[in-house]
Ligand binder design. Structure first.
Ligand code: UD1
Length: 361
């Protein structure tokens, strides 16, 4: 049973790491890793390989940035000969980025079985590029691994039969639980002056923004930064800036907002673990906040991860400055809550369950 694992962008690296760990634990060595090169900056790629203990990729496609069509096409052109030559039994794709979609198309056209990890998430918003990627990938997949039970309803509605679907939990949570202790050892809080005289973290917020709908539209981005500026009067805001966003911020940024380059996995986990509040438009961070028990305000009108609202700390607040500031006031005024029970099967063993299905003993 030869597996081809495909990863291309930052969140993909976090998701394949637990799979590789589980394959190694099973002593199943017949697999290879393809890095599409969708993310290529050291801070979006190399640092994740190092910190997550990922082996160097067996194949690098070096596709780089481009329009959606260009990026998808380049991954397809690069991957097809690799799959023809190496002849895997299953291609495993994760998440919902352009590399996921492209690899799914190539595998399906070559008649190779396709497994999709994190299947069945739906925001209902087809203006999100990821929503298209999710729908097409799931339609093509032979084996679909889901993180929450609501995913099954979405898949059933799209005609995908139950025999293909496996509810296994969340590999991103596997990674978080594996690396949480190492993150606690990082010195980033002290470096940023986020510890009080007693050594305990001071209250601060962590911000990330990278959705095209938020950062590519100047009116929306202005609203968001206006809100963040108001929040930064109450507590320090640490903004880890994605390259896509950096180019668009220009003069909107004020001194009170602490801008950092994209952070590695461990430093970022150290920061989010001790934060009073997370403000984000990321999908994965909504899930991480749920597990960490940190209040998360999602700067979007929808989420493909409603389990983080039902069972977690997440609230959708949209993009209007007044709504965001009101939500921050509310959250900071609440007494600190004990972390509630995690969503079902978010227990750090999702990758083991996936490998049980892919490589039965
Ligand atoms: C991609 C995913 C998104 C995911 C995000 C995680 C798609 C459609 N989007 O968004 O779902 O949440 O990754 O970060 O697949 N750039 C660099 N260095 C890099 C890579 C990109 O500077 O290493 C810049 C380039 O200007 C590029 C832009 O970021 O044009 C966007 O990169 P791209 O990979 O197209 O999408 P992301 O916004 O990163």
């Amino acid at each position: 049973m030869r597996l081809c694992l495909v990863a291309g962008a930052r969140p993909n690296f976090v998701k394949v790491a637990p799979i590789i760990r589980a394959l190694e634990a099973r002593q199943h060595n017949d697999w290879f890793l393809v890095h599409t090169g969708q993310h290529y900056d050291p801070q979006l790629s190399d640092v994740f390989f190092t910190e997550l203990g990922l082996p160097a990729p067996d194949v690098c496609l070096n596709v780089g940035s481009g329009s959606h069509a260009e990026q998808t096409a380049r991954v397809m052109l690069g991957l097809e000969p690799v799959l023809r030559e190496r002849r895997p039994d299953v291609v495993v794709v994760v998440g919902d980025v352009n590399s996921t979609l492209a690899a799914a198309l190539v595998a399906a056209k070559l008649g190779i079985r396709l497994a999709h990890i994190e299947a069945g998430l739906r925001s209902g918003d087809r203006t999100m590029p990821e929503e298209i990627n999710r729908m097409v990938t799931d339609a093509l997949a032979d084996v679909l691994f889901t993180t929450s039970r609501d995913a099954h309803d979405h898949l059933a509605r799209e005609g995908i039969t139950a025999d293909k679907i496996h509810f296994v939990g969340n590999v991103m949570v596997d990674a978080l639980l594996t690396h949480r202790a190492a993150a606690q050892q990082r010195s980033i809080l002290s470096t940023l002056g986020l510890r009080g005289v007693d050594g305990a973290p001071v209250p601060y917020a962590v911000l990330t923004l990278h959705r095209p709908s938020n950062v590519d539209d100047p009116d929306v981005l202005t609203q968001l930064m206006d809100a963040v500026e108001q929040v930064s009067r109450r507590l320090p805001v640490i903004f880890a800036v994605h390259p896509r966003t950096r180019d668009r911020l220009g003069p909107m940024i004020t001194e009170r907002i602490r801008m950092l380059p994209p952070l590695g996995y461990l430093d970022f986990l150290a920061l989010t673990s001790s934060a009073a509040l997370i403000l984000t438009d990321s999908g994965g961070l909504q899930e991480e906040a749920t597990v960490l028990g940190v209040p998360c305000l999602t700067l979007r009108d929808n989420t493909e991860r409603p389990v983080t609202i039902a069972h977690g700390t997440n609230t959708l607040v949209g993009t209007s400055a007044s709504a965001i500031v009101a939500a921050v006031d509310r959250v900071l005024g609440e007494p600190t809550r004990a972390a509630s029970a995690r969503p079902e099967l978010w227990d750090g063993r999702a990758a083991e369950r996936i490998v049980d299905v892919l490589v039965p003993q």
